[in-house]
Ligand binder design. Structure first.
Ligand SMILES: Nc1nc2c(ncn2[C@@H]2O[C@H](COP(=O)(O)OP(=O)(O)OP(=O)(O)O)[C@@H](O)[C@H]2O)c(=O)[nH]1
Ligand SMILES: [Mg+2]
Length: 265
């Protein structure tokens, strides 16, 4: 099996069953890995009740308490690499990301990109039903990130992403420290610094209809300071060497040598 969609969850009882049914019901075959952080609303119990319906397709890793999106994804990446998946996706549980777009992200990676980003801010991308303050915050964060880091990605905080396994393997995941939006920026930054192609695929992002947002001030602060820290580290601390994984598999070495790599930056 080559594709797995990692969905981190915290109190997603209203969305979880439908999102799993929808992803597994897609024409293309995707496996689903839920990373649940001990959701008090019983999200994990709902997932468990679906195991019998989707044997060998639905998996869950449970962590004790809410430890943030970033560490949930790192946990999922390690799990997926260990199982040998080729294409590893990030997606929210709240239907902000349309599962039908998974296929387009997959195609972008299949045709040479190391990372495919579901992007709200390229031509053809859009945001629906978000309050103006969230749009201003998100667009402001994107612009700020681009100005500070010079990374050529229009939607650096996007959380709808497909990574080729070679990219995740090339990154020393122990060196990724941020947990919120800054985590999303940091992953793209690391991939870019390691020379992988990042392709943005236009998507329409919709505000969640059910359940509550976990967005908070701490996440915004981490983003503002985190971007400065990334830039600082890349200027003075040899960021690329620190974030590079020195123990690579043959597949990853081959991919890095292939045409899909950009000229070394
Ligand atoms: N495992 C885990 N999942 C989390 C955590 N925080 C958020 N999530 C999940 O990560 C995804 C994104 O979180 P959201 O609350 O939708 O955050 P957001 O999309 O930035 O904010 P909204 O647009 O307001 O929904 C959802 O599937 C959440 O359930 C966490 O600490 N641990
Ligand atoms: Mg959301």
């Amino acid at each position: 099996m080559e594709k797995v969609v990692i969905i981190p969850t915290y109190n997603e009882k209203d969305n979880i069953e439908l999102i799993i049914d929808t992803v597994i019901g897609l024409q293309q075959q995707f496996h689903v890995l839920i990373i649940d952080d001990g959701s008090p609303d019983g999200t994990a119990n709902i997932v468990r009740s679906l195991f019998a319906k989707y044997p060998g397709q639905l998996f869950m890793e449970e962590r004790k308490g809410k430890s943030g999106l970033g560490t949930a994804y790192i946990h999922g990446f390690r799990w997926a690499l260990q199982k040998g998946y080729e294409f590893i996706f990030e997606m929210d549980a709240d239907f902000s990301h349309n599962p039908a777009d998974l296929q387009r992200l997959y195609e972008a990676c299949k045709s040479g990109a190391g990372v495919a980003v579901g992007s709200r801010y390229v031509a053809g991308g859009a945001v629906e039903n978000w309050p103006t303050n969230r749009i201003v915050l998100s667009k402001g964060a994107s612009l700020y990130t681009r100005i500070i880091t010079l990374m050529p990605v229009k939607d650096p905080t996007a959380g709808f992403v497909c990574y080729r396994k070679e990219v995740l393997e090339a990154i020393n995941l122990a060196q990724i420290h941020f947990v919120g939006y800054a985590f999303q920026i940091e992953m793209k930054f690391a991939a870019w610094k390691l020379g992988f192609i990042i392709k943005e695929v236009p998507i329409t992002f919709k505000d969640r209809k059910l359940g509550e947002s976990k967005m908070n001030k701490g996440i915004i602060k981490e983003g503002v300071l985190g971007v400065l820290k990334l830039r600082w580290m890349s200027l003075f601390k040899n960021y690329r060497n620190n974030v590079k994984n020195n123990f690579l598999s043959g597949d990853t070495l081959n991919f890095q040598q292939s045409k899909a790599m950009l000229e070394r930056k």
